[in-house]
Ligand binder design. Structure first.
Ligand SMILES: NC(=O)c1ccc[n+]([C@@H]2O[C@H](COP(=O)([O-])OP(=O)(O)OC[C@H]3O[C@@H](n4cnc5c(N)ncnc54)[C@H](O)[C@@H]3O)[C@@H](O)[C@H]2O)c1
Length: 372
């Protein structure tokens, strides 16, 4: 399948559409940009920096493939205003953020400025824009006040967040809702927010994330130290929420009922696994050298449960969206991607495109509307 040959998916909506992706140099942004190129879209990217070395953005050589590669800062209103008024997108996917919880503890101001003010700048640019515009604004499942419920959080549940990262995403949600109710409702500006859980996949090299930490160590034949082996998270492969964001973009065109709404994207509710279970799955695919030990403070089971599940009934009912992969599928997609990179020295553009195609095939087999 060549570039653009998937363009019938999502009702053919993305073919030749002008799409601005903020945070396109990041882990999720690079996967999304590649997928949009497969769908035949004309993509511009807007990011401040490349967040890791290596990076999926560089591995896929996205700089040379997209229409416009903009270096800009979402904390600076003029920077994002100029980018949008020059490129004139039909749709914006806003992913640019400071996404690391630990960094939010060491630099809360940067985190609030990037995630809360950055989103407000984006909303203000949209408000002042002189023609029709649609935006999918990416926050996080961490925008919910985590009260350790055993059942999934719904979109109407209380927002909050103890650490600055979570709180900054809750702030972004409040701002989005305020802009929609005060300015956008009933106009030619359409916005939605998307809240996804812990995203995992090949091509992530961010610091302080469990899989990149393990893979980097295993590639160097080192043992890793695991801090919270029993923490349970709604792990999902990166292509799962991205299919949700793409459904949102397309549905925003056809279904006014979703305008101004928020959507959760997570694995099916029965599927929350611990860090330990995730590592065991990935290690089984990785092979030898996949070794770890539990940090001293973590050896007592149940020390940090940190349970957080998402209820995704709304995405299922209004977007016909569902997760496609089981836990084992996701783990093997990930381990195989990194093996191809570190051990087999494959052509990673080709390999990444094949994973997108494989994912679409799984969605087709499940008869999900977007993939037909
Ligand atoms: N990775 C996850 O598990 C996860 C889970 C839920 C939500 N999210 C959200 O998804 C989005 C993407 O996350 P990711 O994992 O790809 O992050 P990442 O760190 O890989 O990428 C972050 C991107 O944001 C850009 N950026 C940072 N500060 C900026 C600024 N001031 N101006 C312009 N661009 C800036 C970076 O250049 C980069 O392109 C973020 O909004 C994140 O909060 C991620």
């Amino acid at each position: 399948v060549g570039l653009g040959e998937m363009n019938y998916m999502f009702n053919g909506f993305y073919k030749n559409k002008r799409i601005l992706v903020t945070g396109h140099t990041g882990f999720k942004g690079a996967w999304l940009t590649q997928w949009l190129l497969e769908l035949g879209a004309c993509v511009a990217g807007f990011s401040l920096y490349v967040p890791s070395t290596p990076s999926l953005y560089e591995v896929l050589e996205l700089k040379n493939k997209i229409e416009k590669d903009i270096v800009g800062d979402v904390r600076d209103f003029e920077s994002i205003n100029n980018a949008i008024n020059e490129f004139r997108p039909d749709i914006i996917f806003h992913l640019a953020a400071q996404p690391i919880v630990n960094t939010s503890i060491s630099d809360p101001l940067l985190t609030f400025e990037t995630n809360a003010l950055g989103t407000i700048n984006m909303l203000e640019v949209i408000r002042r824009y002189n023609s029709e515009l649609r935006a999918i604004l990416i926050t996080s499942d961490k925008c919910y006040e985590n009260v350790e419920w055993l059942f999934g959080y719904r979109e109407i549940d209380r927002l909050g967040g103890k650490d600055p990262y979570s709180a900054s995403k809750a702030c972004a949600e409040v701002a989005i809702s305020s802009y929609w109710r005060s300015f956008f409702r009933g106009t030619d500006k359409y916005v939605v927010s998307a809240r996804a859980g812990n995203v995992i996949g090949g091509g992530d090299w961010a610091k302080d994330r469990i899989i990149p930490d393990c893979i980097k160590a295993w590639a160097e034949k080192k043992e890793v130290n695991i801090r919270n082996p029993y923490a349970t998270r709604p792990w999902q492969h990166v292509l799962e929420p991205l299919s949700g964001y793409l459904c949102l973009g397309e549905s925003l065109q056809r279904k006014p009922v979703i305008d101004g709404e928020s959507f959760n994207f997570g694995p099916s509710e029965s599927a929350s696994y611990s860090v330990k279970e995730l590592l065991e799955q990935i290690a089984a695919c990785w092979g030898e050298n996949a070794v770890w030990q539990f940090a001293e403070q973590a050896k007592k089971k149940g020390l940090e449960c940190g349970l957080l599940k998402l209820n995704c009934d709304k995405a299922s009912a209004l977007l016909n969206w569902q997760s496609v992969m089981g836990f084992a599928d996701a783990a093997s997609f990930i381990a195989n991607w990194y093996k191809a990179f570190y051990m087999e020295k494959n052509d990673m553009l080709d390999y990444t495109r094949r994973q997108i195609q494989e994912y679409c095939l799984l969605a087709k087999q499940k008869e999900l509307q977007w993939a037909m």
